[in-house]
Design a protein around this ligand. Structure first.
Ligand SMILES: [Zn+2]
Length: 675
């Protein structure tokens, strides 16, 4: 028997991780795919007149085994990757894409779905029906046979290109290491950074030395604190060289082919370009609306960054330097300025950011806003010894399972994300979700508390906001469960959640000194909060440049000689990228855009959502209490529990009573004066 295909009798029907072996995945995928296809075929060939129940609900019920297998597989392949899992992924990803495309291009199914009317449906059912019709049309169900065939080829090829892109990037992350040989190479680094680098050195077979790896969590602190300009440059070059520098793992051709095929896909469906296709069913609706927002913020952000650069340059001269500020200098000199302007030293802050307390703060905030409680469970299966598991309750009602997989390891892809092992739904009785946050924090020495940077603490709150969106979901149909909302709406619950961390009501209680357990002194807290927007021009420019390149890549005509890196260079020139700053993600390593379809023409979504989160937090500020009960209740009903039940514009309106205003974002980022 294959444990992936059994009914899981573990507590909370968790996947039986201890019994699942790599060899189980291939046969499980084959059996589950066949089962799904048979279930769908039964819907397609049903002779009864099409109804919501025998068509849409039947499709919603189909593929249950496949969901189980795929959710376990993709969680493992992204956080406990092996060569074996990678090989399966390369094989299965195109297979899944093909089956999915076949179903949503099936003209018999489409005819049945299309014939279902709205009469007698609940609002939620009508919404699900609309989304189904849209999925069929966007997959190509209205195309002629030749068009459908080509679409299917394109989709399969895109899926394997995405998997290849991730694989190359992971290989480069594993391959890069800067080995530091002597104490002199460590100048400026904090004790925590040094011990993390010593552990990385041990893992990689350089005991007694120190290693900087190409993960963002290792690179960013190094660039900020290393006094060694030559080493900063080497680390920066290694980081931005991922996917570009080694011919055997370069991603340029993968990206070019991806963009060409996306363009072809959009044109088959009658759109001018891929961005127009992609944005049609988003809150933004059009590339023009996206560009409008990005450009509106670009001008003040660039002005702020240019002003900051002039100050960094002065500082370099003052220190006797004779060079123009470069991307590997920016963070280092900005940190000196931040300390000077705000009298704020990271070393002074670091002892206060204990992972354990930040987790507790994220839970406590959810408790005060939404009445949730979290009980850690040691008796529940998990896929790696580092993973922690909590049962989430509201009063005496089970809400779901929350898992936290916090530490960096070589088999994990970089970044931080939320995913699920099971989504909430209530079609045939209530099914509660299993939600996981995966991060890449640096593990502490045995017996010492794990310390986060401020950025790390924000990341934790961010991903936990996504987790709540999955956990609190209260809908009937899987199609609109939890985070199944428009891409430019999905960052609202996560980014909004970050606001609570940065408040004295939360930091004051949870930022406790690792040794003395004393709360952070009020005056330090004040300085932290005052310094929040420091260097925001640069951070905004780094982000916006990536978002603008993403949109440009998917609106520009693609010829045979299409070269994403040349396009990137021309966009940067056109927008006047300030010297000394790099993009947050260059196209060579832009996993958001090329590892899958998710954020292609969609990287802008973070800022689109930020317009809303800044404006939404204002509702609590207006109420005079960041835990105001009736505002929290509206937030829960309209946003966190609502999944994709409503059009995002209406969901926001239901919470705020009006459309979001961009001024709150400019104010939050401290860019209002530069505007
Ligand atoms: Zn997010």
């Amino acid at each position: 028997m294959n444990p992936l295909l059994e009914d899981w009798t573990t507590p909370f029907a968790m996947p039986p991780f201890d019994r699942i072996k790599e060899d189980h995945f291939k046969p499980a995928f084959e059996a589950a795919l066949a089962e799904w296809k048979a279930e769908v075929e039964a819907v397609a060939t049903d002779t009864a007149p099409p109804s919501f129940a025998n068509t849409v609900e039947a499709l919603e019920r189909s593929g249950e085994s496949l969901d189980k297998v795929a959710s376990v597989f993709f969680n493992l392949s992204s956080s406990c990757s092996t060569e074996g899992l990678q090989a399966i992924e390369e094989e299965i990803a195109p297979e899944l894409a093909k089956s999915h495309a076949e179903i949503f291009m099936d003209t018999r199914l489409f005819a049945r779905v299309d014939a279902v009317g709205d009469d007698g449906l609940t609002d939620e059912q009508a919404r699900v029906l609309k989304l189904y019709k849209e999925s069929f049309v966007r997959a190509g169900a209205r195309l002629d046979e030749a068009g459908r065939k080509r679409m299917s080829e394109v989709m399969q090829r895109l899926a394997s290109l995405g998997a290849q892109f991730s694989k190359n990037l992971l290989a480069d992350e594993k391959a890069f290491e800067l080995v530091l040989e002597t104490e002199a190479d460590l100048e400026g680094l904090s004790g925590a950074e040094v011990s993390a680098m010593a552990r990385a050195a041990e893992d990689r077979g350089h005991p007694g030395k120190w290693v900087v790896t190409a993960s963002r969590s290792a690179v960013e602190p190094f660039l900020q604190s290393s006094k060694r300009r030559d080493l900063r440059e080497a680390v920066w070059r290694g980081f931005v060289g991922r996917g570009a520098d080694r011919p055997e793992t370069a991603t340029k051709d993968i990206a070019a082919e991806t963009v060409r095929l996306r363009d072809e896909r959009a044109k088959l469906l009658g759109f001018d370009n891929f961005a127009a296709f992609k944005l049609e069913n988003q809150m933004a609706k059009t590339p023009e609306a996206v560009r409008g927002l990005l450009e509106r913020v670009w001008t003040p952000a660039k002005a702020a960054a240019e002003a900051d650069r002039a100050r960094l340059q002065e500082l370099i001269v003052e220190e006797g330097g004779n060079f123009e500020v470069q991307p590997w200098d920016w963070a280092y000199y900005a940190e000196i300025l931040r300390q000077r302007d705000h009298d704020l030293d990271d070393a002074e802050l670091k002892p206060y950011m204990q992972l354990e307390n930040i987790i507790a703060a994220s839970f406590d905030t959810a408790s005060r806003l939404f009445g949730l409680s979290f009980a850690e469970r040691d008796d529940i299966p998990r896929h790696h010894p580092d993973v922690r598991v909590w049962e989430v309750m509201r009063g005496d009602k089970h809400v779901g399972i929350f898992m936290g997989d916090y530490f960096v390891r070589p088999s994990k892809r970089s970044g931080a994300w939320m995913s699920t092992f099971r989504d909430q739904q209530a079609m045939d009785g209530e099914i509660r979700p299993i939600v996981i946050n995966t991060c890449n924090f640096v593990q502490a020495k045995e017996g010492e508390p794990v310390m986060l940077t401020f950025e790390g603490a924000r990341t934790l709150f961010h991903e936990f906001g996504h987790a709540l969106h999955g956990l609190m979901s209260d809908v009937t149909y899987p199609r609109i469960s939890g985070t199944s909302v428009a891409r430019d709406f999905v960052e609202l619950p996560s980014q909004l959640y970050e606001h609570w961390l940065m408040r004295p009501e939360v930091l004051g209680r949870y930022a406790l000194h690792a040794e003395t357990n004393e709360p952070m002194p009020q005056e330090l807290l004040d300085r932290v909060i005052a310094a929040q927007n420091f260097n925001m021009g640069a951070a905004t420019v780094e982000y916006l440049s990536s978002a603008l390149v993403d949109i440009a890549m998917h609106t520009t005509d693609v010829g045979e000689d299409y070269d994403p890196q040349a396009l990137e260079a021309s966009v940067l020139e056109k927008i006047g990228m300030p010297a000394g700053l790099g993009m947050r993600h260059r196209s060579a390593q832009f996993g958001h855009v090329f590892a899958g379809d998710g954020y292609s023409s969609g990287y802008y979504s973070y800022m689109w959502s930020e317009v809303m989160d800044a404006d939404a937090f204002g509702a609590f500020e207006d109420a005079g209490d960041i835990f105001d009960a009736s505002t929290a209740e509206r937030l829960s009903t309209a946003i966190y529990s609502a999944g994709g039940r409503q059009d995002p514009e209406l969901a926001y309106l239901a919470f705020r009573g009006r459309a979001p205003e961009v001024e709150a974002l400019l104010k939050r980022r401290g860019l209002l004066d530069a505007a």
